[in-house]
Design a protein. Sequence first.
Length: 343
Amino acid sequence: MLYNYSGVLHIHTKYSDGSADFKGIARAARRSGAKFIIINDHDTLQGLYKEGEQYLNGVLFLIGSEVTPKRNHFLCYDIRSVPDKHLQPSEYAKDVYNQGGFGFLAHPDQKENPLFPAKMHWENWDLDVPYGVELWNYFSQWMGSFRTRRGLLKSFLFPKFCLTPPESQTLLRWDELGKTRTVPAIAGVDAHGGRQLGWLPNTLCSYLYQFKTLRTHVVCENPLKGILNEDRNTILSALKKGCCYLVNHLAGKVEYFSFYLQDNERHWQMGDEVSHKPGLTLKVKLPVKAHLKIIKDGRIISQSTSRTLQLTNPGPGVYRVEVYKGKFWPRPWIFSNHIYLRA
Ligand SMILES: [Zn+2]
Ligand SMILES: [Zn+2]
């Protein structure tokens, strides 16, 4: 039996430039229904040193950091000291892995916005460590959804309809990298909170609202037990391996989603690398009917509007799934991690 837990990643608190402390964030996390959250304050682990990882309000609080020079932001997990942001990106990424941690390129293809000019993308993807990718970042997608003041107002008032799929450039690079190694992907919200602006809907500045946007759902063999160290391991190992999928909760909550490879004897999950052999089948299952696409090496090879889709005897390749919801205005809903079928 597999278990599926929904979490919110990439959150900033008062320890850097966020507006709430742990207690405030715990309240929002509990109300949002998240089972775990991960804090990534800019260039600090003060939250870890002063308050520690813990269950707060029934939500598992884990703490990493975001190395934040002008560009090349790097989300780090399972570390004890913050890498020096003045180093070259390859060096601070290496520091994370030397500490036994792991990391993700943060908002690697964030678009420049003429109203808020800042280049925040990742420049050189050629690193010596097995980094992962923050494939979908709520704040970046929102910032990329307008170019003018009128567009800004529209995106502020109707953020639900502004959430576009992950950047196509990032998807392309991620699929390409997957041909040579496993590359885990996560979704982050990049939540900072903020003050309510008059009568305007509190969409951009509310932790609660943002916690209900992009989620990373981990899939694990063991249930969470309420024991900090064990549950921390369960969540972090799933993220590190890429045994997780990304969900736009604004398009609909997801109780379960499965994408796996099987033969007569066993199943393999997202993040698994499997040697190709005859008799394999790839299967996708959804809670409700939606538009499903199976992507192999960056190209759609099968699609249908249904609750299930399967592929018998898939050849060697890097496979993943995209799901879109809604008949007339399909909205990006679920993006899986890869299953790697090697020749
Ligand atoms: Zn950042
Ligand atoms: Zn951030």
